[in-house]
Design a protein around this ligand. Structure first.
Ligand code: SF4
Length: 442
């Protein structure tokens, strides 16, 4: 779905053939760390791994032996982050080659009214709150129309559990967006929203999902997974759906032929064992359905909420969690380093610790920023391309399902990266930023 977006200079687009969901990249032949070919390619790497604390796990990864929960705990505890990162990077390269992706997308929150009050949430409001908002279908379409000028291929739409909007509101805006541009991929709703809509519509979850799909839903979002362990969940998101319910919504969607992403909110009150338990349950569902396109670990943002966390995730913890996830989730093709939560510089570093994607332009983000994220509200395409290229990877613009739309050669044709002032896409994004500044501020 190529569009006339502002093309980053400094590289040649490579024609893309095929759109296989999988890695989307032309992955090189798989090589074991133990094969002569691999040794010849990266002998120094093998030396580091074979002499280090992680040698037994490295051997398992090399031989494609699935890691156990104990292995994952060992990786979380290791002091040898360089070796862990190296191993995760090798596992990623084996699956995705040297490519790393981004997406041209726009976030839209249709409302922040919510009947729940998850303790970690800084986004939700009650009807009595002055800074609550809800958008009607025309306002949502207007935001989408603005963003189409940026060349976006995806709208990412979520909101709170609204107390009174009818089910027809949701199918209505999906249909209106599909009418605006049928090529737009609509990635919408968390699992808890789907349960809420099923309750509103008095339908089963499969019936609800089928109606949403027929109205235009392309993919579920992965939000709302938080941490699956019940004791932690009740401390950070009391009243929210259980882990089993979250997983079952995704299972039902996958059975309908749908795809989705999944997440893990980490760095609050959970233990490393809780993280491993969370990853275990995601890996099991992926074994069952194969319906997850990617995994997105979300670092906790500690401001403006009811959970006192003295030590939110450090850079080490971010990279470690990315790396362990890549190694343990051996049935996931893609792992996204979410720049909104960790900043673009850390996301760039994550590309050498197992991540193969840095998410998208986004344009307008509320949920993380209301919780204290200090990252910008948006990224221009050329900044994403430059971050990927500077990390030594080949930038790939992808669609919602991580399928390549445009591949940028890793051999620059221009001496300098795209100039901010000269890039039309940035100019258009800046215009959009001022347009969205009219939203109610916290
Ligand atoms: S996290 Fe979602 S469900 Fe929980 S209070 Fe916030 S908006 Fe509502």
């Amino acid at each position: 779905m190529g569009r006339g977006n502002g093309e980053p200079s400094g590289g040649r687009p490579i024609p893309v053939s095929g759109n296989g969901a999988g890695s989307g990249a032309a992955a090189p032949p798989r090589k074991s760390l133990n094969t002569p070919g691999f040794r010849a390619t990266v002998p120094g790497v093998n030396f580091v791994l074979q002499r280090g604390e992680l040698r037994d796990i490295a051997a398992k990864v090399a031989d494609n032996v699935r890691l156990t929960e104990d292995d994952a705990l060992h990786l979380f505890a290791t002091r040898d982050l360089p070796a862990l990162g190296l191993l995760a990077d090798l596992a990623n390269r084996r699956r995705n080659g040297t490519r790393a992706s981004y997406i041209l997308n726009r976030y839209i929150n249709y409302s922040n009214y919510c009947i729940l009050s998850c303790q970690f949430c800084a986004f939700s409001r009650k009807k009595r709150d002055a800074d609550g908002f809800e958008l009607d279908a025309a306002q949502i379409v207007a935001k989408a129309r603005e963003a189409l000028a940026l060349g976006i291929t995806e709208l990412h739409i979520v909101g709170g559990l609204h107390p009174s909007l009818p089910f027809s509101y949701y199918t209505g805006f999906l249909r209106a967006l599909r009418a605006l541009d049928p090529r737009l991929q609509l990635k919408c709703f968390t699992a808890i929203e789907v349960l809420h809509l099923a309750w509103l519509a008095k339908k089963t979850v499969p019936e609800t999902l089928a109606e949403l799909r027929d109205a235009g839903l392309a993919s579920l979002t992965g939000g709302g997974a938080e941490i699956f362990r019940k004791e932690v969940r009740s401390r950070i998101a009391k009243g929210k759906e259980s882990a089993a319910e979250y997983l079952d919504v995704h299972r039902q969607w996958h059975r309908l032929g749908g795809k989705s992403t999944c997440t893990m909110l980490f760095g609050h009150v959970e233990s490393q064992a809780d993280r491993v338990d969370h990853l275990r349950q995601l890996r099991a569902l992926q074994d069952e359905t194969g319906g997850f396109t990617g995994f997105i670990p979300l670092p906790y943002q500690p401001e403006n909420n009811a959970i006192p966390v003295e030590h939110p995730p450090t850079g080490q913890d971010l990279l470690r969690t990315i790396a362990v996830s890549r190694l343990y989730l051996d049935n996931f093709d893609h792992l996204t380093a979410y720049w909104v939560g960790m900043g673009l510089r850390m996301a760039q570093l994550a590309l050498s610790h197992g991540a193969d994607d840095i998410h998208g332009t986004i344009v307008e983000e509320h949920i993380f920023h209301m919780a204290g994220a200090h990252s910008p509200q948006l990224q221009a395409e050329h900044d994403l391309v430059r971050a990927i290229r500077d990390a030594g990877r080949v930038p790939v613009q992808r669609d919602t399902f991580y399928r390549p739309i445009r591949v940028w050669d890793d051999t620059p044709t221009d001496a300098a990266p795209p100039e901010a002032g000269g890039d039309a896409s940035r100019d258009r994004i800046a215009e959009t930023e001022s347009a969205v500044a009219t939203l109610p501020a916290r």
